[in-house]
Design a protein around this ligand. Structure first.
Ligand code: HEC
Length: 156
């Protein structure tokens, strides 16, 4: 190969590599910055919930119930709204009330759009704050009762 062609190729390669590096560094900053001060419920979900509930919410039933498609049915009753913030995984998550409310609303709209009542009002930080301190002593028992009282068909 001719030397100048070789050089040109070398420069093109170097440029491509530099662009890759710059993009990589920028993306890393954006990602780390995002994690440090995230207002994105997706990130909170991945950090605090997905370990047990899996990234798509399908979880590991029956031990860990699915967060897909059934929750819309219980938010129609006050006990059901509270329940979402009272289960240990949600209640104890190291995020403030506003972020937990945003996260739970995101789970509802992202994974439960099909069952969400048309008149559903998003959870507020205030009601989540009041509910989450009333941690459920026996979540499984409470869950069975709740699902029974709402007479909901929820397969898990
Ligand atoms: C360590 C595992 C674990 C983590 C982490 C976790 N959960 Fe859970 N989650 C469970 C288990 C187990 C249950 C069933 C109730 C119980 O035993 O606590 C549950 C139940 C729930 C329920 C009720 C579902 C139903 O069908 O009754 C909701 C809502 C929920 N979790 C939300 C969350 C949210 C939101 C997060 C993250 C902020 C989270 N969980 C993190 C294990 C976890």
């Amino acid at each position: 190969m001719h030397t100048t062609v070789r050089w040109r190729l070398f420069w093109v390669k170097l440029k491509t590599f530099k662009m890759f590096l710059v993009r990589f560094v920028l993306l890393s900053f954006a990602f780390c910055g995002g994690l440090a001060a995230s207002s994105d419920p997706r990130v909170d979900y991945l950090l605090h919930c997905a370990g047990c509930h899996l990234p798509d919410g399908s979880s590991m039933p029956p031990e860990v119930p699915s967060l897909r498609n059934g929750l819309g049915e219980i938010v129609g009753i006050p006990e059901g709204r509270e329940y979402l913030a009272r289960v240990p995984g949600a209640s104890q998550a190291p995020i403030d009330d506003q972020k937990l409310a945003t996260l739970l609303n995101w789970i509802l709209s992202e994974f439960n759009a099909d069952t969400l009542p048309a008149e559903f009002e998003p959870l507020t930080a205030q009601e989540v704050g009041i509910a989450r301190v009333r941690l459920l002593p026996d979540p499984v028992k409470y869950r069975n009762r709740l699902w029974g009282s709402a007479s909901i068909q929820y397969e898990n």
